[in-house]
Design a protein around this ligand. Structure first.
Ligand SMILES: [Fe+2]
Length: 270
């Protein structure tokens, strides 16, 4: 895999850590771990500060409570198998070992957002590329970008479940078959409205299964107030979305099994 330079990553103007030089320096130091990682080598540990561990403790404890009420059963089962630490930021090395033992998926460090094709394509090799830095401590329940809370509490918990792991791999193969920028865009939108922000019915109650919802305290509390639409891949593939706000439109599958079958068919025939 091509090394990715941490220098490429600039914080957006509205990032809570934009004007905090200490945070920016920490982020650069953590990014350099992902930057220097070589495939096949052990994943080097990041020495998280007590403040960073505290952000993880606050957010993961609160989200665990939310998940009991708002997450679908398959996600709760998968996260119960993974058993993430509560009181400190987990090391990707240990998350990788656990997830790999459960479903054969690998978690690999990257210094920041990677190109779309690389992120999705790597899923075909049952590998998930994860950032390691954590959101700014001043706003523990908000991040304008994927951080280790989103990657691990959202995605790694999902990847500890066999059905989710198979869907991610199928998504990776589908992305590699995208023959044009338009096709990749359509694929990305479906990924967004399913594995990031999907909802399934469970005993007449909408439950979250997407990593974006499952890693956002505010959105888990509010997603039932969104415009919950019937599952429609055609509409998902064309609908615009804005990553900086709560999603105003979400798509609901009638059951987890129905979501799995339809999404798997979409990915395998893409
Ligand atoms: Fe994500």
């Amino acid at each position: 895999m091509e090394p990715i330079s941490a220098q490429t990553f600039q914080l957006p103007d509205d990032h809570p850590g934009q004007h905090d030089p200490a945070y920016r320096a920490r982020r650069a130091a953590i990014a350099s771990v992902g930057e220097s990682y070589l495939e096949g080598e052990p994943i080097p540990d990041v020495h998280y500060t007590p403040e960073e561990d505290e952000v993880w403790r606050v957010v993961s404890t609160t989200l665990a409570d939310e998940h009991r009420r708002h997450a679908c059963r398959e996600y709760r089962d998968a996260s119960a198998r993974l058993v993430l630490p509560v009181d400190r930021v987990p090391q990707l090395r240990e998350v990788d070992q656990r997830v790999h033992a459960l479903t054969g998926f690998h978690i690999r460090p990257v210094p920041g957002l990677v190109p779309t094709m690389m992120f999705y394509g790597t899923l075909a090799d049952r590998t998930f590329l994860s950032t390691q830095y954590i959101r700014h401590h001043s706003v523990p329940f908000y991040t304008p970008e994927p951080d280790i809370v989103h990657e691990i509490i959202g995605h790694a918990n999902m990847l500890a479940g066999p059905e989710f792991a198979d869907l991610y791999e199928a998504a990776g193969h589908a992305s590699r078959r995208a023959s044009s920028p338009e096709a990749l865009e359509r694929f990305s939108r479906v990924f967004w409205f399913t594995l990031e922000f999907g909802v399934v019915m469970e005993s007449d109650d909408p439950k979250a299964y997407g990593a974006g919802l499952l890693s956002s305290f505010g959105e888990l509390e509010a997603f039932r107030d969104a415009d919950l639409r019937e599952w429609d891949l055609e509409e998902m593939g064309t609908l615009e979305y804005d990553i900086t706000h709560y999603q105003p439109v979400l798509f609901v599958a009638p059951s987890f099994d129905s979501m799995y079958d339809r999404l798997m068919e979409f990915f395998t025939t893409f």
